[in-house]
Write a protein that binds this ligand. Structure first.
Ligand code: ATP
Ligand code: MG
Length: 365
């Protein structure tokens, strides 16, 4: 695949703050795998964004970059079809960030609900760096640098994607003379540089974690940084320990007590509904659980089996790549090079539209 392919593009990615978990799998990875053929795919490891919360842990970020790249290969991302991209090695993204920052009202960033959730859930208080809210602008540039059509993400990303859509419209109106009355789908046809992108949600928009609810009483999203995740790289024992020790219905002391089966309140049932292919088993046991006729232990044991069946083939492929770290780096190098060419082209076109194209430039790679 080349940067000149005629397929529509996809851009999405992960922050290297840890390894991939089940939430990523159902929220975004399944879609990435399904769309690898029809689209020209760019999958970004947002290593600069990892510095927003862990600037003091560069070695961890480095390790996570390699972990995520290994995870991607293990789940079946094909580096020959899809570009695996390292954000920090695509300088055009940063250059676009600065220009885009002028098109986004400051208060609009600070009111972003996902940013607020992250500040609360990650316990950042008032002590987050200037760069933390700035990552929202950076993410707009991550996306628009590739002028993609689709962005497969989990639900928490929708406010960020709305911001991306706003910046695309504003840029196109200001610098490409696109009429503000133009329909979103027609922006490029009307002469705009940036498409007004479409989010693509996964089979599950927001998978909950294995832990207790947050301060607002709702179960927290499964997240790398919240210590509530089952990772695609967990071994069978770790999966067993996490599931057997997971939060369920705190009011249920004995197996004969009627149990809570709402997936919004009890992650045990959220996971069975999402991952257990045996729908009849789930329906039957949900009823039994509700009536106090089956214990947590039996339902958890079944879940251990289900999750290990899902992760087993991923584990096998992961072992293969863990033994070949050079192949993992090569996949990143090759994908980043392709991505850099596309992002450079976007930046050149953006500067031209903004009348800042004084000299041609050539960066090496
Ligand atoms: P962090 O805790 O560092 O923010 P994260 O677990 O939220 O990490 P990200 O790298 O921020 O992971 O997200 C990568 C992608 O996976 C995004 O598209 C996000 O929406 C999706 N995603 C993450 N967690 C979930 C989840 N629990 N359910 C569905 N999708 C998810
Ligand atoms: Mg996140």
């Amino acid at each position: 695949m080349t940067a000149n392919s005629t397929k529509p593009r996809i851009l999405t990615g992960d922050t290297p703050t840890g390894k991939l978990h089940l939430g990523h799998y159902v929220g975004s990875v399944e879609n990435r795998l399904a769309l690898q053929d029809q689209y020209e795919c760019y999958f970004l490891i947002a290593n600069k964004h990892a510095f927003t919360t862990r600037a003091d842990k560069p070695a961890d970020i480095r390790q996570s970059v390699l972990d995520i790249a290994t995870d991607w290969l293990a789940v079946g991302i094909d580096p020959n079809r899809s570009a695996m991209v390292l954000q920090s090695e695509v300088p055009a993204i940063d250059e676009l960030t600065f220009f885009f920052a002028m098109l986004i009202p400051f208060n609009r960033v600070m009111r972003n609900p996902t940013l607020k959730d992250e500040i609360r859930d990650k316990g950042l208080g008032d002590n987050y760096p200037f760069g933390f809210p700035m990552y929202l602008v950076g993410q707009v540039a991550d996306i628009l640098a590739f002028r993609p059509e689709l962005v497969p993400v989990g639900e928490d990303q929708l406010p960020h994607l709305e911001l991306t859509r706003e910046v695309a419209r504003k840029f196109d109106q200001l610098y490409c003379n696109v009429d503000p009355k133009t329909e979103d789908k027609d922006y490029v046809k009307a002469g705009g540089l940036f498409p007004v992108i479409q989010p693509k949600l996964g089979r599950v928009k927001r998978l909950v974690g294995t832990g207790a609810p947050g301060p607002d009483g709702n179960l927290l999203k499964m997240s790398k940084s919240l210590n509530n995740a089952i990772f695609l790289s967990d071994d069978a024992d770790a999966v067993q320990k996490k599931i057997m020790g997971m939060y369920t219905d705190p009011k249920r002391i004995r197996a004969t007590d009627p149990g809570e089966t709402s997936p919004e309140k009890n992650p045990l049932w959220a996971f069975h509904e999402v991952f257990n292919p045996d729908v009849k088993w789930v329906d039957d046991h949900r009823d039994l659980y509700k009536q106090g006729k089956v214990g947590d232990v039996a339902v958890k044991k079944k879940l251990v089996e289900v999750i290990n069946d899902l992760i087993d083939p991923i584990r096998t492929r992961r072992k293969h790549y863990e033994a070949r770290p050079d192949d993992v780096l090569d996949a990143l190098r090759q994908g980043t090079k392709r991505a850099d060419a596309v992002a450079e082209e976007t930046l050149a076109l953006a500067k031209k539209a903004m009348k800042q194209d004084y000299f041609p430039r050539k960066l090496g790679f």
